[in-house]
Design a protein around this ligand. Sequence first.
Ligand code: C2E
Ligand code: CA
Ligand code: CA
Ligand code: CA
Length: 276
Amino acid sequence: QAKREGVRFARFDRTTRSLSPQQLTLEADLHYALQRQELEVFYQPIYDAGNHRVSSVEALLRWNHPRLGRVSPAEFIPLAESSGLILTIGSWVIQQACRQLSLWHEHTPGLSVSVNLSARQFRHRDLVGVVRQSLEANGLPPDCLVLEITEGILVDVPDAEQVLHEFRQLGINISLDDFGTGYSSLSYLRRFPLTHLKIDKSFLEGLEEGGTNASIVRSVVTLAHSLGLHVTAEGIETQAQADYVHAVGCNNLQGYLLARPMPAQQCSELLRAASG
Ligand code: C2E
Ligand code: CA
Ligand code: CA
Ligand code: CA
């Protein structure tokens, strides 16, 4: 519920925002974070359920704050969105992820990268251009990029559908993140040109005992597959969860059990080891 409010706030004038003194300080610091090289993109491996190899990585932003240490994206992404800084920061993440992927392609050809997008970026005219240029500048095939969006974007951004069609025409993949946490979104699965669906980690609790979550996950996989969507289960922390989502046919697995988000260098080592 709180999350939803945040998305809405971003639409209004700055003066309607109510930020605590700590948040205002953090926002002021965020203005300089990029040029002071305090931001870093971590990568979390995503595994193919069939061959158990890394098929893609998700780019996850980190802020190494000089005084506060590592600040969580859950804290600073909302500030980046409400202040508009997400446009610059988000473009930087896209560029970083594409450059990194082109290096990884030297030893791990079919690897994909997933990049999270916020509503604010979606409302910006130039998003498609930024993405296309980043792919071209790094000589990447468009189908190795997955853009992760949330249901909030589909609801709040008037021309989300049009923008998504532009991405799909370029051959770029679109994943609906945190599926099941927002709205009753079954009609969105049909209406928007999606290629992937990520079942939110909140549905993995208690999977091993059966019950409601187990039924939901099984049904969502069936539904998604009938619509031709690839399904990723995120937040896998136990072997029992991995076994369950594997058994019901999830295509990809992501979570601490398999690998945590890590710096690019460490991810390079993991990929190299895996590519033999
Ligand atoms: P998200 O897109 O849903 O990303 C998944 C989050 O779950 C990440 O948190 C990841 O570190 C965490 N995670 C992965 N495996 C597990 C697990 O097994 N158990 C648990 N409990 N958590 C797991 P993180 O890195 O703190 O990012 C939080 C959120 O910040 C992301 O959620 C995303 O919404 C946002 N975010 C991160 N980077 C970016 C970015 O570059 N752009 C935008 N717009 N948002 C970003
Ligand atoms: Ca995500
Ligand atoms: Ca997610
Ligand atoms: Ca999330």
